[in-house]
Design a protein around this ligand. Structure first.
Ligand code: ATP
Ligand code: MG
Length: 351
């Protein structure tokens, strides 16, 4: 396994600059999840790391060795894509063995590694089938198996689960966590799925228009987003953002730090129907999610979402308060001034 270092990587296609100087250090055994809006350059970054794209400038360093000029096959990385091209005329066993055969791995070693990967991914009963006789989830497992048998220095996953239905994604997510634990492998994983990002990642890197916005643990990003973009991008539903003027006028927040343009508050920190000095709100829509509900509230021109177990009825008039411990203050550029939980977390982190 390996450490991976992306150093000031720039990449353009024609006149368009896709990666504007990305630097990222990934520790041995880390599960780094890369997220960001469509077109922000996630796949391009993975392809640069894998050696499938040439850099304009910068470097890729694997285990201390500069591989910027190395061919993809010499980098010893395995990449798993959203569209997994299995060889249709080869059985699962042959698909798993194919890459090893090409690399002239001794046959006995191939047998061992295929058996090991099949056991790990629970595809042993499928080994003699052809890909056309597999479900989507089983095929994706075989595609992962093909990466696993190679025992690469690191795995690069580009939205490997996005073709699967919700229930299969859920299962595969657990498989991936188990795989990561068993292999203690270094992984970079691109996804659009919030749950995947939050549950799989040791750290999440948030990217926007070819630039990294913030890199941190899921908890750091959720609790202390560096800017409004990260605040809105991480977490479902999106963080509520209240213009400073509204926050003052409605007395939702008692004191605003200098320079505050927006106050952010997550849905779980909007409390309905209790508290002194609460603002009057109207319940517009209730989304029942089973064990909780999202309640869409209106206070004049301001719309807010609250998360709660016992929602009021649609059309009800109620009052709301914001949890003083869950406020995030952003300046006019969108940068965070501070979060009200900063100090509490710093104290918790102290030994
Ligand atoms: N070969 C290419 N030539 C020109 N432009 C390209 C090329 N490859 C990618 N791009 C552009 O680079 C930008 C980033 O593409 P990329 O595929 O890295 O985005 P992404 O973050 O992976 O998006 P998605 O989430 O939709 O997969 C896009 O605007 C895309 O159109
Ligand atoms: Mg992509």
């Amino acid at each position: 396994m390996a450490t991976l270092s992306v150093q000031s990587v720039k990449k353009s296609h024609g006149a368009a600059t896709i990666l504007k100087g990305i630097s990222l250090d990934i520790a041995d055994g880390e599960f780094l999840v890369l997220v960001g809006p469509s077109g922000c350059g996630k796949s391009t970054l993975l392809r640069c790391i894998a050696g499938l794209e040439e850099l304009d400038s910068g470097a890729i360093v694997i285990d201390g060795a500069n591989v910027t000029q190395s061919e993809p096959r010499d980098r010893d990385l395995a990449m798993v894509f959203q569209s997994y091209a299995l060889y249709p005329h080869l059985t699962v066993r042959e698909n798993l063995a194919f890459g090893l055969k090409m690399r002239k791995t001794p046959p006995s070693e191939i047998v061992t590694r295929v058996a090991e990967a099949a056991r790990m991914l629970e595809i042993e009963p499928l080994l003699d089938r052809l890909p056309k006789n597999l479900s989507g989830g089983q095929r994706q497992r075989v595609a992962m198996g093909r990466a696993v048998v190679r025992r690469p220095k690191a795995f690069l996953f580009d939205e490997p689960l996005s073709n699967l239905d919700a229930s299969l994604r859920g299962q595969m997510r657990i498989e991936l966590m188990r795989l990561h634990r068993q292999l203690s492998a270094t992984m970079i994983y691109v996804t659009h799925d919030q749950v995947e990002a939050m549950t799989l990642a040791t750290r999440i890197a948030v990217m926007k228009a070819g630039e990294l916005q913030q890199v941190g643990t899921p908890d750091e990003l959720y609790q202390h987003p560096a800017n409004q973009f990260v605040a809105k991008f991480i977490g479902t539903p999106e963080m509520n953002l209240i213009p400073a003027d509204d926050a003052r006028k409605l007395a939702l927040v008692h004191s605003l730090p200098d320079g505050t343009a927006q106050v952010g508050v997550r849905a779980e920190d909007v409390h309905v129907g209790h508290g002194v000095g609460a603002a009057d709100a109207m319940v517009e829509v209730v989304e029942h999610l089973g064990w909780e509900a999202l309640v869409h509230l209106r206070i004049g021109a301001l719309a807010l979402v609250a998360r709660m177990k016992d929602p009021p009825a649609v059309g009800a008039r109620t009052s709301i308060t914001l949890d003083a411990a869950g406020l995030h203050f952003f300046d006019g550029t969108g940068a965070r001034i501070f979060s009200s939980n900063d100090r509490a977390s710093a104290q918790r982190a102290r030994p």
